[in-house]
Ligand binder design. Structure first.
Ligand SMILES: *[C@@H]1O[C@H](CO)[C@@H](O)[C@H](O)[C@H]1NC(C)=O
Ligand SMILES: *[C@@H]1O[C@H](CO)[C@@H](O)[C@H](O)[C@H]1NC(C)=O
Length: 442
């Protein structure tokens, strides 16, 4: 019986360890059976963060990038099969960017530790730099590289992560701090996914005495088709900068720098169609600015502390803008939830703009569809929609219901919509209630 048990035990032990690709060596330490897991400590990196580990980390990455791989992903991108660079839960000092020596690699993971920029780290550099040291002239530099479970401390020397002309890059569960430029910069390429991460220039949890001095940008998306999901930006002058198309932002909490101190949660910059969706997010004393928005949605989001949305005219275009089903909470100062910045000229092309079904507490509700009831005896009923409508002097359509107890059968008509004031007149004086809906859309 004992031998049977032993045989079964050994069989299952070998099966499990073969499946997981590990064995214990003669020192009793778990080592990889496959040579596709690269422990930076095995390359001499110092997990206590005292000695510069840049060369060791880059050597581990180089070995991973030089694996033969198994075929190709996108054209010219070697599939590394899921090679892993393991930071072994250590904290490492680096004195220059961790930059890949070659381009054209994919299916690779860097995970599990902290990096801190040293005092000689080049100013403005990115700690992890996915732009190749020697560009290979490929359409995309990297594909399916995952950066996970990392804390990056830029030590006020530069940025956190840079992703250039790459495809399907994942940044997951990262904490990026002490950056002076940009926490995560995505340039060109597409489908970078940034999720479950925290970014802040200073480590604070709000109400920081130095908030007015916060600088830098949490994330910039200078490209198309990226997503930011479940991310908190807790300190930076600007939370997210977007200059590209078809990016989606969801479940983001911006409390990076209050609007009152000159901060912005999300800034959408020209040129190009924005095609941006911002959904289910939380703007905490800081808002959204969109330049000439075209196909732009903000919905199911929460704006706290008098935070609001600005539509900023550059060439005067606002086309297909949907701001619906959001909650706004403020201090009772009458701040408008949607505002226009027309310093560079008025909006001239306003099409399909819908601001509606938002709710407010202590702020002024603005909509593109406004309703009023006007009651009185006379021959004129006037509703002034200026405080309710988003755009000045723009009413494209009016619906009204004219109700009177008068025995006469009155003639009445819409006479004027100039200056967002709707005037309904009757031929002869009489008592009436008039319900008016004014619409700035079609
Ligand atoms: C066992 O593996 C560890 C970790 O890779 C290594 O440091 C150690 O030298 C190995 N011991 C022997 C006897 O091979
Ligand atoms: C509409 O009202 C404006 C502003 O009061 C006025 O200048 C304009 O003449 C009016 N138009 C008509 C058709 O009455």
């Amino acid at each position: 019986m004992e031998q049977w048990r032993m045989a079964i035990f050994l069989l299952s032990w070998f099966t499990v360890h073969a499946v997981y690709g590990h064995h214990t060596n003669s020192s009793g330490l778990l080592v990889s059976a496959l040579d596709t897991v690269f422990h930076v400590t095995a390359y001499g990196a110092d997990p206590t963060g005292k000695v510069d580990s840049t060369d060791a980390i880059i050597a581990a990455i180089s070995d991973a990038l030089n694996l033969p791989g198994s075929g190709f992903l996108m054209n010219g991108i070697v599939n590394l099969g899921g090679a892993r660079i393991d930071l072994d839960g250590g904290s490492y000092l680096i004195s220059r960017p961790v930059q890949f020596p070659v381009s054209g690699r994919g299916n690779l993971l860097i995970h599990g530790g902290s990096l801190k920029a040293s005092n000689i780290f080049p100013n403005g550099g990115y700690m992890i730099d996915l732009s190749p040291a020697s560009p290979g002239g490929l359409e995309y530099n990297y594909e399916f590289v995952t950066l996970r479970d990392l804390l990056l401390d830029s030590n006020y020397r530069g940025g956190g992560i840079q992703v250039v002309k790459s495809l399907r890059i994942n940044i997951d569960n990262c904490y990026i701090t002490h950056f002076t430029t940009v926490g995560i910069s995505v340039q060109g390429g597409h489908e970078t996914s940034i999720r479950h991460s925290y970014l802040g220039q200073h480590i604070t949890a709000g109400g920081d005495n130095g908030e007015r001095y916060f600088t830098g940008t949490g994330i910039e998306l200078l490209g198309n088709d990226n997503s930011i999901n479940d991310v908190v930006i807790f300190s930076a002058a600007l939370g997210i900068l977007i200059a590209g198309q078809a990016n989606i932002i969801s479940e983001v909490h911006c409390y990076n720098k209050a609007t009152g101190f000159g901060g912005t949660g999300i800034y959408l910059r020209l040129p190009g169609l924005t095609q941006t969706r911002i959904v289910n997010s939380y703007f905490d004393f800081t808002g959204i600015v969109a330049e000439d928005p075209v196909q732009f949605t903000v919905s199911n989001s929460f704006f706290l502390g008098d935070a609001y949305i600005v539509l900023k005219s550059i060439k005067g275009v606002a086309n297909a803008v949907t701001i619906v089903d959001n909650m706004f909470s403020g201090s009772g100062k009458g701040i408008d939830i949607v505002q226009l910045d027309q310093n560079m000229g008025p909006f001239k092309q306003i099409e399909q703009v819908v601001v509606d079904r938002n709710n407010v507490n202590g702020m002024n509700l603005k909509s593109t569809i406004a309703r009023a009831r006007v009651q009185g005896t006379g021959s004129s009923w006037v509703a002034d929609f200026n405080s309710a409508l988003v755009f000045p002097n723009l009413i494209r359509r009016v619906d009204y219901t004219f109700i009177t107890d008068d025995t006469a059968f009155p003639m009445h008509a819409l006479r004027n919509v100039s200056g967002n004031k709707v005037v309904i007149q009757s031929q002869a004086p009489l008592p009436a209630s008039v319900f008016i809906t004014a619409c700035q859309g079609e």
